[in-house]
Design a protein around this ligand. Structure first.
Ligand code: CTP
Length: 399
């Protein structure tokens, strides 16, 4: 999977609901977050280090005294874009409210400037206890986002407010907190990604260096923001992502036919695939022998984007891509115009570094003439910038 992922920390407090955080971790991974789990020492009574290491695929420590040379409380605090702690106990709330820093998790919280999202779960008597409520108030005033526990059956016989909320509830609140607003809900996205291959013979093909990472990052971001996403993916080794319909193709012709069929049903087309401009005039069924392999006659592939754009309706929004090695911005503007696009993201591929990389740099140019330079950043960030612009254009169009 692409590692253009958003880094977060999942803190786990010492309550029985710690076992439910295993599921929370899984669902957050489905959303393509890269997650470091930081349990409190007491939470290991419920779920042990081995479980968290196996599920997260990362090493797990609870104290600043382990792996001291890595200065983990600072490096993790700097790395994480957000911290979610679930469950949070009454004791952990009290420690956080006091700004204490005696284990790795509380050290990270005190060193981090990232948004912090707490999911308390405890017995109703403890939740409603004045000290606990006072601590909640203090933390809220300091900018912590704190979810209310659910009402219902508790660990023992009794019931009341204090239950760990449903995982989907937690995730939807967490996403809105860290900027994944559901601002694309109800919108249908058709996204192409990867690089097409044109067969020369059963062994050889004409292809390109596209990995599909940028298109997949856009698909993931669109899904996270509530869109219904179909991804037409050419020759990429990126595995299917939950919640995204993925159709795999090989050639430009196959890609064209899938996109053409799906185009009438979409609100936004994002054409990030690298489509081979030409294909062999003749694809041999037999492997061509070395001594006969001197030249390849080519015929042009149809320009898929130009074709889809020419038959698009006024309400459909189209984002094209370009890869340029010189006159990057100017070439981007020319293609935007020639193919009648709403936006074009033009990659600067002059040093070849973009392909397969998790980073990208270029310009996002709009049909209104605005050009936003994008300094080298993650493909996930580029995806967010592109979709922020798409959202503004859609809301402008809807009046
Ligand atoms: N594209 C397409 N079909 C093609 C070629 C390109 O749909 N046969 C799309 C790409 O997916 C991209 C955009 O057109 O969104 C620009 O692709 P690019 O290869 O940079 O531009 P070309 O128009 O092919 O121009 P050139 O190769 O001459 O720079």
């Amino acid at each position: 999977m692409s590692s253009a992922k958003r880094e977060i920390i999942l803190g786990v407090g010492g309550g029985i609901a710690a076992y439910k955080s295993c599921e929370l971790l899984r669902r957050l991974q489905d959303l393509d977050f890269a997650i470091t789990v930081v349990p409190t020492p007491s939470s290991l009574n419920f779920v042990g280090t081995a479980t968290w290491e196996a599920l997260s695929g990362r090493s797990v420590t609870t104290q600043v005294w382990e792996k001291v040379e890595q200065v983990k409380h600072i490096s993790l605090a700097d790395l994480a874009e957000a911290i979610i702690i679930a469950p949070v106990t009454a004791d952990l709330l009290a420690r956080l409210a006091q700004g204490r820093a005696e284990d790795l998790l509380t050290n990270i919280v005190s060193a981090s400037k990232a948004p912090k999202f707490l999911v308390p779960a405890m017995h109703p008597n403890m939740w409603l206890n004045e000290s606990t409520q006072e601590n909640v108030k203090i933390l809220k005033a300091r900018g912590f986002e704190i979810m209310n526990p659910d009402n219902g059956r508790l660990t023992g016989e009794d019931s009341g407010i204090g239950r760990f909320p449903e995982t989907s509830e937690i995730i939807s609140k967490f996403l809105s907190q860290i900027g994944s607003e559901q601002d694309l809900e109800g919108k249908k996205f058709l996204i192409s990604a990867g690089g097409t291959r044109e067969s020369i013979d059963p062994v050889r093909f004409i292809g390109n260096r596209s990995s599909g990472k940028q298109g997949v990052a856009i698909a993931v971001e669109a899904r996270n923001r509530g869109a219904e996403v179909s991804l037409v993916l050419a020759n990429s080794n990126i595995s299917d992502v939950a919640g995204i319909e993925t159709i795999r193709v090989e050639t430009a012709e196959q890609m064209h036919s899938v996109l053409k069929k799906k185009m009438p049903d979409c609100d936004v087309l994002v054409m990030s695939a690298a489509v081979a401009d030409a294909k062999p005039a003749f694809s041999s069924a037999e492997k061509i022998k070395k001594k006969e392999f001197n030249s390849i006659d080519l015929i042009a592939n149809e320009d898929i984007l130009a074709d889809l754009s020419s038959s698009a309706n006024d309400s459909q929004l189209i984002v094209g891509f370009a890869a340029e090695t010189s006159d990057v911005e100017e070439s981007g503007r020319a293609k935007l115009k020639a193919k009648n696009l709403d936006f074009i993201y033009v990659n600067d591929v002059s040093d070849g570094a973009i392909f397969s990389s998790d980073l990208s740099a270029g310009f996002l140019i709009s049909s209104e003439g605005n050009s936003t330079p994008i300094e080298q950043t993650s493909k996930a960030k580029v995806a967010r910038i592109i979709l922020d612009n798409v959202v503004s254009r859609l809301s402008y169009a809807n009046g």
